[in-house]
Design a protein around this ligand. Structure first.
Ligand SMILES: Cc1ncc(COP(=O)(O)O)c(C=O)c1O
Length: 348
């Protein structure tokens, strides 16, 4: 294992040993290649540079209490990447190739899998991009599928359950009503860069988007889903422009197992006043509690139309903390994985 201060890792890039890639040309994928060179030569006319023909995924590998290495639900990421690639009319790796290359990446970078007692993990970033030289606007015929790996901590450093402040800026949309919000393409994130900078510069950790059609229903944060707890019920938005989060799906299952009611439905912004606990959830953030949400008509302006608060402002809500412990427990082999979510990876 590398000599890294695991506790000080944030959700940021750390150089590792290898990337794994495969190239798609003339209707087939090449055998995966292990490369120590991360500066891959791409033609500057590649579609990815001009027309955003790219989609990506994020998943994590963990060292378990039994010393075994677990990869969490890579089949779900493979399926979601297929949906994203279909949206872009691009070739995509089979589920088998996707999982095979994730395993190869964990094995090639196994020295960077954090110890079980740290809150860090090995994050895998599968990326699919259009690489054939082109000038006109059309989908890419040739593609590169690559798996990168980096050890990461949580967004807030070592403390995974420190509540943060969020803001709604009603003058910015994440995804169009009939657009690409439900798939994980690079273009969605380009759209959120500027409003995110505005929010961060005002001291907010998170930016919460509302739906672009009525500008009134909660959708999701820029890189994670929204869920709330009210009257022993787990409530999360149901919208085709929200990314179907794998973490959120797991949490709904775990919540039902814990005896909570689960509701997926429209959530008007005003309902924030009734929630006992509010969180963002996703692979990167796991569960990150939100202690307050400011609702702003214009993100750039100082005026706040409504200020909502949740819990005591310093601790995660009790139900959310139980959900967090269940998920982390399954990922680290402390709690029985009764749904078979983990894949074991043999590392030397
Ligand atoms: C916009 C958005 N929503 C939600 C999520 C959470 O999804 P998952 O739980 O599959 O990581 C992510 C991260 O992938 C995301 O980028």
């Amino acid at each position: 294992m590398k000599n890294i201060d695991w506790g000080s890792l944030k959700f940021a890039y750390t150089k590792t040993d290898a990337v794994i890639y495969s190239l798609y040309k003339d209707g087939k994928w090449s055998s995966p290649i292990v490369s120590e060179d991360f500066n891959l030569p791409l033609n500057c006319y590649a579609g990815v540079y001009h027309y955003g023909s790219s989609c990506f995924e994020g998943l994590k590998a963990f060292r378990g209490v039994d010393g075994k290495i677990r990869l969490f639900r890579p089949d779900q990421n493979a399926k979601r990447m297929q949906t994203s690639a279909k949206f872009l009319d691009m070739a995509y790796p089979s589920e088998e190739l996707f999982i095979q290359m994730c395993i190869m990446s964990v094995q090639a970078n196994s020295e960077y899998i954090p110890p079980v007692d740290s809150s860090a993990s090995l994050y895998l970033r599968p990326l699919l991009m259009g690489i054939n030289p082109q000038l006109g606007i059309r989908s890419s015929d040739e593609a590169m599928f690559i798996i990168m790996a980096s050890p990461v901590g949580t967004y807030s450093g070592d403390l995974s359950l420190v509540p943060g402040k969020a803001v709604i800026g009603r003058n910015y949309d994440r995804a169009a009503h009939q657009g690409s919000g439900g798939v994980k393409i690079g273009a969605n994130y380009a759209q959120s860069l500027h409003p995110y900078n505005l929010a961060h510069n005002q001291g907010y950790r998170e930016l919460l988007f509302v739906d672009s059609k009525t500008n009134s229903m909660i959708e999701e944060f820029g890189s994670s889903n929204f869920f709330a707890i009210k009257n022993n019920t787990y409530i999360t938005p149901s919208s085709p422009s929200v990314l179907p989060s794998i973490t959120n799906a797991c949490l709904r299952t775990v919540a039902e197992d814990m005896g909570l009611k689960v509701e997926r439905r429209d959530i008007p912004v005003e309902e924030l006043a009734e929630f006992e606990e509010v969180n963002s959830c996703g692979t990167a953030v796991v569960i990150t509690p939100i202690c307050s949400i400011d609702d702003k008509q214009i993100l750039e302006n100082p005026e706040v139309q409504h200020h909502y608060t949740f819990g005591d402002g310093t601790h995660c809500g009790p139900i959310s903390e139980k959900l967090y412990n269940q998920i982390i427990g399954i990922q680290k082999g402390k709690i029985e994985d009764k749904y078979g979510w983990n894949i074991f990876v043999d590392c030397k």
